[in-house]
Design a protein around this ligand. Structure first.
Ligand code: NAD
Ligand code: AHE
Ligand code: ZN
Length: 374
């Protein structure tokens, strides 16, 4: 154990709804089972904005946000064996210990090993590695990629090919893996299925890629911002519709378009009213709706139970059901083999000092993904 630290540039969220403040922080060196990572690039996901808004029940401040990063191992703590200095890694907000009840179940990617402390903004030993002038700063989703240097548990790192540009594969740390995984792992869309994807941001567009890979028939993109439609169609959407352009509920429109409803729908927004539409546009008897979007504290979903009685299914997914350490390296290989592109998603790049612009662009609906380069 060491009480030594290094200096790092980081964007600190001092409180809800405040712009991030780029400052120099002290990062304590990794302890047993921990790894110090130099972040090369990080995407900005809507979940970062969600937590910054104060709506996240697990949001604690001051914190260093960011969870969609790519980096290089700088130093390892005692007992670390699965990564070495110089390895390229993607931080995981869903760890994979391989030993807990969840990992062993074969039914879920929701490892429980570090989740409790992670949700409190702390390392597994209940302490933080970040300090500003002696004041502790919380971690975020176990990743804190809005810092040049960050510390993670070994089990929260996926080691990936050094051939992959970290400035692009950082997007596999959340958005692209989540959207593709929701379609391919969680829903398991089959060739010929009709799907509807609500919300065409980084997650929804990735779901379109997954649907196209799965051989879906109709891929219906739904968004109130029509500037998202061009890329959605380029990626494989067969139809793009704006709910505000219809004089009836969008679920009725989709049911009519698809002879009774879609096989699968995906909510990629975090709006509980849209979650209802997404369920109700599913086909009677077998349609399944997958919730991906994250909704704020106190919000609840509702529908007539008859919707479920008559065979529709509501389910959710985290990180696309992907087990990060065992499955993400393979996804990086598939990216390197040219099976899907990532640069389509990167509408803006910027230095950490401009990170607040990334949030502004997201809120104005002008970006898909902003990527911060350190
Ligand atoms: P984003 O802001 O890039 O995209 C959201 C899209 O939804 C935008 O195109 C916006 O125009 C559209 N939209 C907003 N309101 C709408 C409405 N009423 N009807 C139709 N479209 C509407 O966000 P993102 O980064 O793609 O994230 C999407 C959601 O997924 C967020 O809630 C995020 O927190 C969540 N998320 C969940 C997971 C998970 O593992 N479950 C992972 C990543 C992100
Ligand atoms: N902290 C929130 C929930 C946030 C949430 O649902 N997070 C998703 C990932 S969003 C990534 O952009 C997730 O994986 N959840 C599962 C988990 O274990 O965190 C709350 O409501 O408390
Ligand atoms: Zn995310």
């Amino acid at each position: 154990m060491s009480d030594q630290f290094i200096k790092s540039k980081a964007a600190i969220a001092w409180g809800p709804n405040q712009p991030l403040s780029v400052e120099e922080v002290d990062v304590m060196l990794p302890r047993k089972g921990e790894v110090l990572v130099r972040i090369v690039a990080t995407g900005v996901c809507h979940t970062d904005a969600f937590t910054l808004s104060g709506d996240d029940p697990e949001g604690v401040f001051p914190a260093i946000l960011g969870h969609e990063g790519g980096g290089i191992v700088e130093q390892i703590g005692e007992g670390v064996t699965s990564v070495a200095v110089g390895d390229h890694v993607i931080p995981l907000y869903t760890a994979e210990c391989g030993e807990c009840k969840f990992c062993k179940s074969g039914k879920t990617n929701l490892c429980s090993a570090v989740r409790e402390t992670q949700g409190k903004g702390l390392m597994p030993d209940g302490t933080t590695r970040f300090y500003k002038d002696g004041r502790p700063i919380f971690h975020y989703m176990g990743c804190s990629t809005f810092s040049e240097y960050t510390v993670l548990p070994e089990i929260s790192l996926a080691k990936v090919s050094k051939k992959a540009p970290l400035e692009e594969v950082c997007l596999l740390g959340c958005g692209v893996t989540t959207g593709m995984g929701a379609v391919l792992n969680t829903a398991k869309v089959a060739p010929g299925d009709n799907v509807a994807i609500f919300g065409l941001g980084g997650i929804g567009l990735s779901a379109i890629i997954g649907a196209k890979m799965a051989g879906a028939n109709r891929i219906i993109g739904v968004d109130i911002n029509e500037s998202k439609f061009e890329l959605a169609k380029q990626l494989g959407a067969t139809d793009c519709i704006n709910p505000n352009k219809f004089d009836k509920p969008i679920q009725e429109v989709i049911v009519e378009m698809t002879d009774g409803g879609v096989e699968y729908s995906f909510e990629c927004i975090g709006n509980v009213d849209v979650m209802r539409s997404a369920l109700e546009c599913c086909h009677k008897g077998w349609g399944e709706s997958v919730i991906i979007g994250v909704a704020g504290a106190g919000q609840e979903i509702s529908t007539r139970p008859f919707q479920l009685v008559t065979g529709r299914v509501w389910r959710g997914t985290a990180f696309g059901g992907v087990k990060g350490r065992s499955e993400l390296p393979e996804l990086v290989e598939r990216y390197l083999a040219g099976e899907f592109a990532l640069n389509d998603f990167i509408t803006h790049t910027m230095a950490l000092e401009q990170i607040n612009d990334a949030f502004d662009l997201m809120h104005k609906g002008e970006s898909i993904r902003s990527v911060v380069h350190f």
